[in-house]
Structure formats: C-alpha cells, structure tokens
Write a new protein. Structure first.
Length: 367
C-alpha cells in the first residue's frame, strides 16, 4: 500500500489496523536535542481516545504510547523515532454481519475493488484508529513549535447546525465540555441535538476550526508547495473530512475585491507591516503573511449508524443493513486533536524547508 508516509524533511509513516495487534508511527527528520518523553505524547493521545463521554465509542482503549527508539536520556537523538500503541479492546465479532456487504459511507467497496481484499474488522487502515499515529507524531511536532513561539489551537466550531459565532468564542471553555466547543451554552445546545440524533439511530457532522499564531512571514513555497495547499492536503487526508477552507474560504467567491482585500498598515510603534483585516486567513501567495492563520475542516456524519440502510452484498444482491457495535454518534470532538496534529506536522516540515530559502541563512548556519 502506497501513501502511508507524509512530509518532506519532517517525515512520518503510520502503520497498523483497527483490530490488529497495534497502531504506530515512525518519525524521521526530527532534530536532535528536543526534550521528549512519553507523557508529552500521551497528553495528545488522551484527547482523542475513545470512551470519554456518551458521544464517543465505548471501545475501552487506554491508548498508552511506548517509545521504541530515537530517544536517549530524555532527548531526541536525530534518528528515527518509533512509537507504538497496542490495541487492547478489539471485538471483531461485532463486524461479522458486514463481512460480505458494503457499508454505505465507508471505504469497503473501494478497498475491495482496489486491492481485491479488505480487512472488514473495523475498517482496517481506513479506521479512525489510524489517526493515533498522526496524533502521536503531531505531539512531537507541537513540542518543536512551542519552542518557536508558534501556537496551534483547534476546536469544534459547529455540531450539525449549531454554529458558534466568532465573537462568542471563549477558549477557556474548550476543555470544560466533551464536545471541545469554545462556548458552554452552545455546547449544551449541541449536546441536546446529539441526543436527538442518537434517539433517531442517526449521527451528526460538524466543523473544526484551527487557529495558528506566531508564524513568521514567508513560510510556504509560491507554486506547488503552498502553505495553504499543503495544509489542505494534510487535513483532507483525515478520513472523515470532506472540505477545507482558509480565511473567508467559500465566502470569498461572493465577495468583491474591495471587500475581500486586506489593507496593509504600519504596525504599532512603526516597526513592521500588518494587515488591517484577515479575509485571506493568514496566507498570501501560498506563504504565511504574519497574521493568524485560520482554517476550517468540514467533518461528515459518522457513517456507522444503527438505522436500517440500503446496500448490496459482495454477490451484488440488494439488502438492508443495520450496523451494530461501538461507534461515535459524532466524530468531530475526537478529530479536533487530529486536525491540530496534521497542521503542526505540516508547519514544522515547511519551517525546516524554509531554512534554505535565503543564502544568508545557509551562510549564517555553517560559518
């Protein structure tokens, strides 16, 4: 299988299946000398692990990470970092009724057509558990970004049609509700909506927003390796994500140039240049412009629902299917840290690439 590796200089390769022995990731290109321990990584994994509320799967996994290589005396050595999380609560029999049919909204059909074979237990490589490797690697990338004064913060902006207006954000609330929403009142409304979905044997989608502050100007390449293009690829590679926008995104299509352009002005104190508005979302010409980078990911409803659906089996017979087992009624809250991690991985990779943009940087480094 191709396509399990992401990155150019800071590179990750994820491995493992939902119902296999373990899930993991190998990180190559992490600079030596970074202070790192399992606790640093575990704090990220704890944000995505199952069983934390009634709105997540009841699969009982501790998701405890083990560092197998690349760390000595608490610091990275510059060699590949191998991380493993062992699966502990697989119940493969829950998937017996879908062994010979194609679940609507899943990759069963496309996987079978492409490879002539599929691991039907929880989706195999197409399972959401694949994101464990991404999050573990994202924790390492985030440690480096912190030392550079760059903050990546993701949160739930919307569950279904419950959308939080930007002027009502309270970031102190994010960790205080199980839906990862920056407004407690909206989180309560979203919870009521999810209860209705569950009552109807249905699920919900939503929107994850991610803000990035502290980026220097000029990160990203002007043509095929644009910062916004690479972020879009990274976020779209998350299984449930169906759309990405940066800044005003699709709203820019209905705007005029006069309203969409961000005027420049001299920064306070007369040092530097900044934008008066941020419709572009923190990028211009594929490069960071020094303002807050804002991106949003549209996450589809969980496709595994117990409501009866129409499908076909592997023999081509039309059948009705009701999916049983332990599934999230909404993917969004657990995917927040996945979006954050993929953004962090993209940023650190492009920061490293950017070091060769100017000859003076190379001379300064090696002289």
């Amino acid at each position: 299988m191709a396509g399990s590796t992401y990155g150019t200089l800071f590179k990750i390769t994820t491995w493992g299946e939902s119902h296999g022995a373990a899930i993991g990731v190998v990180i190559d290109g992490c600079p030596a000398g970074l202070s790192l321990c399992e606790t640093d990584i575990q704090s990220f994994l704890d944000r995505r692990k199952p069983g934390q509320s009634r709105y997540t799967t009841k699969r009982n996994e501790g998701d405890k990470v083990e560092i197998l290589s690349g760390i000595f005396e608490g610091k990275t050595t510059g060699t590949p970092i191998s991380l493993i999380v062992r699966n502990e609560d697989q119940i493969s029999r829950d998937y017996g009724n879908i062994k010979d049919c194609y679940r609507p909204g899943h990759a069963d059909y496309t996987f079978s057509e492409k490879y002539g074979f599929r691991d039907y237990r929880g989706g195999g490589r197409s399972s959401g558990r694949e994101t464990i490797g991404r999050v573990a690697a994202g924790a390492v990338a985030s440690r480096i970004l912190q030392q550079l004064g760059i903050e990546v913060r993701a949160y739930t902006k919307a569950i279904g049609n419950i959308v939080i207006p930007e002027n009502e954000y309270d970031f102190s609330c994010i960790s205080q509700n199980s839906l990862q929403m920056p407004n407690q009142a909206y989180a309560l409304r979203a919870a009521e909506y999810l209860e209705e979905c569950m009552k109807n044997q249905d699920s919900s989608g939503g929107i994850i927003e991610c803000s990035i502050t502290g980026l220097p100007v000029g990160i990203g390449e002007p043509v095929f390796e644009k910062l916004d293009a690479n972020l879009a690829k990274a976020i779209m590679s998350i299984g449930a994500v169906k759309g990405v926008e940066i800044g005003d995104g699709f709203h820019a299509a209905s705007a005029n140039g006069s309203s969409n352009n961000d005027p420049f002005r001299t920064a306070s104190g007369g040092h530097g240049i900044q934008k008066a508005t941020n419709h572009s979302g923190g990028t211009l010409g594929g490069m960071s412009d020094g303002s807050t980078l804002i991106l949003r990911a549209a996450v589809k409803p969980t496709p595994s629902i117990s409501r009866v659906q129409q499908t076909v089996n592997t023999s081509g017979d039309e059948i009705e299917l009701s999916i049983h087992g332990r599934h999230d009624p909404v993917i969004v809250p657990r995917a927040v840290v996945v979006v954050e991690s993929m953004a962090a991985l993209t940023l650190i990779d492009m920061l490293l690439i950017n070091m060769s943009a100017k000859l003076e940087n190379i001379i300064e480094f090696y002289k």
